[in-house]
Ligand binder design. Structure first.
Ligand code: C5P
Length: 226
């Protein structure tokens, strides 16, 4: 562990944690980690055979090739995902990659191999990390932890809107089913299941705008006296 401060933001799909985490990272001028991107990039690199992994060594060598960077894009006001200086953000957002990543994420070798990739993002002056196990497993010593929730219907609608904006047309009912499946898998896997860390602040985003969620979280962060 290091002295570099971490803000850990966890929760299921579609709660808005990606958007609000990026906003907090920018406001503080800290580093940013969207850990789901690592699982998605793994699937994208390895193709549909991600579940046919043979050994921890094989998984580690793929993890070493990931080389993911988050670069702020002033035009879209969001982080773009770069791999070896090439933008790959839109290649990672399809439903096939989402489902593949969720299946891959229950593989203990994959979770083990990705620990050091994730911890490598912890650099001065600080890190804002979002995912499913940031506060419980990857950065248990985070000085500030949040667990975001929202009703399943609202989460599906938000994700639908996000995909539409990216030019991906997905049926809302199917999307709801897919999100439910992913959440169930994330919460019931044997390694690092999605759960609220004991000391995480619970934030229900169902009836709040991004700005309201952001302001509430910043209030808690600044109250912690960095
Ligand atoms: O957050 P995102 O939807 O991009 O994550 C894709 C999948 O990766 C999730 O459904 C989850 O199964 C997995 N994941 C995880 N642990 C993390 C981040 C993502 O298991 N810290």
């Amino acid at each position: 562990m290091t002295n570099v401060p971490v803000i850990a933001i966890d929760g299921p799909s579609g709660v808005g944690k990606g958007t609000v985490s990026a906003k907090i990272a920018r406001a503080l001028n800290w580093h940013f980690l969207d850990s789901g991107v690592l699982y998605r990039a793994f699937v994208w690199l390895k193709g549909q055979n991600a579940s046919a992994l043979q050994s921890l060594q094989e998984v580690e060598s793929i993890a070493n090739e990931l080389s993911i960077e988050f670069v702020w894009d002033f035009k879209t006001e969001s982080y773009q995902v770069n791999r070896k200086s090439k933008e790959i953000s839109s290649l990672l957002r399809s439903e096939a990659v989402s489902q593949g990543a969720s299946q891959l994420a229950s593989n203990p070798w994959v979770r083990q191999a990705l620990i050091s990739n994730q911890r490598a993002f912890r650099k001065p002056p600080g890190l804002v990390a979002d995912g499913r196990d940031m506060g419980t497993v990857i950065f248990p010593d985070a000085f500030c932890k949040f667990y975001l929730t929202a009703t399943p219907a609202v989460r599906a609608m938000r994700r639908h809107k996000q995909l539409k904006e990216m030019g991906l047309n997905v049926n809302l009912t199917e999307l709801e089913k897919s999100i439910e499946e992913r959440d169930f898998r994330d919460m019931h896997r044997s390694v690092a299941p999605l759960k609220r860390a004991e000391n995480a602040i619970l934030v229900d985003t169902t009836h709040q705008s991004v700005q309201e969620v952001y302001e509430g979280m910043m209030h808690s962060i600044t109250g912690k006296n960095l």
